[in-house]
Design a protein around this ligand. Sequence first.
Ligand code: HEM
Length: 427
Amino acid sequence: MATLAGEITTAPISERVTNGAATGKPPIDPLDVSRADLYRDDVWHAPFRHLRAHGPVHHVASSDYGPYWSVSNYRGIVEVESLPDLYSSEAGGITLADFDRDRDVRMPMFIARDRPIHTSQRRTVAPAFTPSEMTRMAPDIRRRTAEILDGLDWNTPFDWVDRVAIELTTQMLAILFDFPWEDRRKLTLWSDWAGDIELVKNEETRKQRLAHMFDCGAYFQTLWNAKIDRPPTPDLISMMIHSDAMAHMEHHEFIGNLILLIVGGNDTTRNSMSALAYGLDAFPDARAMLEADPALIPNAVSEILRWQTPLAHMRRTATQDTILQGQSIKAGDKLALWYLSANRDESVFGDDADAIRVDRPNARRHLAFGHGIHRCVGARLAEMQLAILLEEMAKRRMRINVVGPPTRVAACFVHGYRTLPVEISRY
Ligand code: HEM
């Protein structure tokens, strides 16, 4: 029988559900990769390796999120995401946690809509992420990155997540939304509550989560009111208010989409910045190569995104009976697309897929931003921020040394770090 931390046996998958009767605890299926402890303890590699080799489209009959299919190889995820009418984002939402009509606030977001509404709503925000907008924002992001790095103490331990990753991410979002500067940490709070799907398992935390989402909605309502009758300004709220598609968008959809942008851009970028610190320390050869040749920075950004995969999965729901890689999927079945596993797929990234290689030739093929019509709209912005951070570190010859174990997010959706103790030194 498998241990979570060790290798999974090669026994048939059907024999692999542990018998809880012996221990008095509920049975654990070691191939149920939705279990939060796998991510809290960073021991998800072995079950996914097993799934890719023996059952890349695998049915889990029972989990905290009910029955679901795990799609864990690269080819399977690309196939599902290429067929958005067959595999819906709208029918059941985008995470394994089901939306509860009676207990959850209705906050429609275009990430969880299908065509044609998805297409028109995505168009309201896409202009904020064009290459020319990136060029416009770059100097501001660079200046703020430099200020944060210059404020750090050398050779003294501090928490990278709090001092750098959260701070940089919230500053960038505050610029993007023209959000009140002094309140910018609210963005982190709301994003943490919105993105943590573990919280919906418990009635009390579910209610608290709902209350935070109401606060967030009310806050954005105030910002909206302040901009609605004003001439356009170059920020996302104003851009959405003045776009053509707004005429067809309900008010609660507008607020929902704003929240989507905060959540989408927040813990993902933050956790990539933490991965950059943690991962380069874990692979000193890769770090030395990057320090010697800053021209590798763009490729290193893709490689770090691949290696971390800040969103472990997105969910789809089948709209019809179909066959996926030989498995019979029924209409209404839910599928978890494990980007985390696809980004370690040996058939695409080779046998060293668990390592960071800043010169990996196909690092850009990663699926950390998804694939197809829902591919991340903020991808360019995220890449630019990470590149600027690495460039500014290189200018200062700044090396991040991890000085203690990180604490990790205990969840199967956001894949990241709560704290990361580091010291910086000069190389
Ligand atoms: C969509 C990841 C940064 C906004 C997505 C999807 C993924 C993802 C995997 C695909 C969803 C799906 O197929 O169902 C990431 C990662 C990021 C990042 C790893 C950082 C490293 C950002 C930023 C923003 C953003 C900075 C905006 C400020 C969005 C939005 C969508 C999306 C609005 C929905 C797109 C659609 O449905 O058409 N992101 N994201 N993301 N992301 Fe990101």
